[in-house]
Ligand binder design. Sequence first.
Ligand code: GLN
Length: 306
Amino acid sequence: MPDYLLEVAEAVREDDGGAVADYIPQLAEASPDTLAIAVTTVNGRTHAAGDVDVEFSIQSISKPFAYAAAIMDRGLERVLRTVGLEPSGEAFNELSLETGTHRPKNPMINAGAIATHQLLLGEDADEDARVERALDFFSRLAGRPLAVDRAVYESEMATADRNFAIAHMLRTHGVIAAAAHDVVDGYTRQCSITVTAADLSVMAATLACGGVQPVTGERVVDAATARHTLAVMAGSGMYDAAGSWLTTVGIPAKSGVSGGLIGALPGQVGIGAMSPRLDEHGNSVRGVKMFERLSRDMGMHLMQPS
Ligand code: GLN
């Protein structure tokens, strides 16, 4: 496995397609050449190749995990009253809501994730408590204490006009109750939690294991919520590339704007990848290629009879 993963990484190393995100100034500082792939099996063994110890901000990969935490805190019915389940077919930062219900279409785009973040814990929680909840939950998924990268957080807050616009839109329709600024502040800190590709692979493996962290043995997510979260990732995790991803790769997945990418194949593996250059959908170019290769070589595809 380690030799194989090294080969998977080496096969894409020279591909310099795509561009590092620069709408968050701090992300533009990232080395575009960082490249890592890690696979964690359901018995808790992680195999890895490349820069697996390089830390980066989790960004949108926080969305499925915060969604799982919100369901555990508030119950699925309450969460579904606020955020829908349908793929949006739109960019991650689109200002759009479902017609009629005014819910964000799903929790994997910014509108849905900002609404989900403010569901954490309960109505009386303030932004610090919500961020602490996310940090504690993500740390238990990773099996080690994680922290917020202040420089990334401050950099994004200085350029977060679009997310403020989304939060104000949500407040206009009563989707969020807290002040728009506070919710975006908490959501941005959630996105600024730092992880490695190895952390991501273990976190994804927890979902693949039905919510049991395969290294610590802790049940972090209940089985129904883990399954529900994976289903939402399968439908919406790759934004407006979700349909082609599900057919070609067939692994429930989530990408982030810093170049991280996770996948979780139920009962089999969690996968974490990192490569900062992004395609036009905001998905890691080399990350997508490594996933395509794993899916093809290993028959890692949801629709593949085992
Ligand atoms: N924090 C980023 C944002 O809200 C996350 C986006 C992403 O990773 N696609 O814009």
